[in-house]
Design a binder for this molecule. Structure first.
Ligand code: HQG
Length: 180
């Protein structure tokens, strides 16, 4: 039985962080050819012989929408850290967005605002529940920040669409952030 979670982690690694390790040609929106990805994974052989359908099932089974397939190509929807800039679609945000983080980062966030750190964009959550889950990755009692995205947007902060639940931004200055 295919381990789809493990496959999803490796596909995320390839598409977000290291396409060159898999000899993938990536366009500016992060798309790569499914054929190239399958070739690389099947040469490596860790998952047996993977087909396009395995990637479809992998996306379907995941509780988060991390990847997207279209016209023979696949891309990660968020999370990129590669040097090449991935262009995301600008979008008007909902009035409020959330960010779950570790308590130990709060002092620095208060000083510098929310920064992308090792990724290309700041990642924001559509609701408190999701933000909490994101924060729990780094802290048993995470801190939830509420972003006044309506006011930030009106003031010129640009927001981008990741998926229905994940929003992206360049930098969120502290004046739009409230600790819940
Ligand atoms: C923190 C996962 C100090 C920020 C998740 C975060 C998400 C600062 C960490 C997605 C800071 C970066 C992204 C500042 C921000 N000083 N620390 N000024 N500004 N930070 O992993 O948002 O399961 O790059 O608070 O669920 O935690 O992989 O970002 O704690 O959706 O699909 O720097 O990745 O999704 O950490 O997570 P990350 P994130 P997947």
């Amino acid at each position: 039985m295919m381990n789809y979670e493990k496959l999803s982690k490796e596909v995320s690694y390839a598409l977000r962080h290291a396409p060159w390790e898999y000899e993938l040609e990536m366009d500016e929106e992060g798309w790569v050819s499914i054929e190239q990805l399958l070739n690389a994974l099947n040469t490596e052989g860790k998952f047996g012989n993977i087909t396009r359908n395995d990637l479809v099932v992998m996306i379907d089974k995941s509780e988060k929408k991390r990847h997207e397939i279209n016209a023979g190509k696949i891309r990660a929807l968020y999370g990129h850290s590669i040097p090449m800039h991935i262009v995301k679609e600008k979008k008007i945000p909902p009035d409020k967005l959330y960010h779950g983080t570790a308590r130990r980062f709060i002092e620095s966030i208060k000083k510098n605002g929310l920064l992308p750190m090792s990724r290309q964009y700041v990642h924001l959550s559509a609701d408190v529940d999701i933000a909490k889950k994101v924060g729990l990755r780094r802290d048993d009692s995470p801190c939830i920040l509420e972003i006044d995205s309506k006011r930030a947007y009106e003031d010129g902060v640009v927001f981008y669409h990741g998926n229905e639940k994940v929003w992206l931004a360049d930098i969120i200055p502290m004046c739009y952030i409230k600790e819940l």
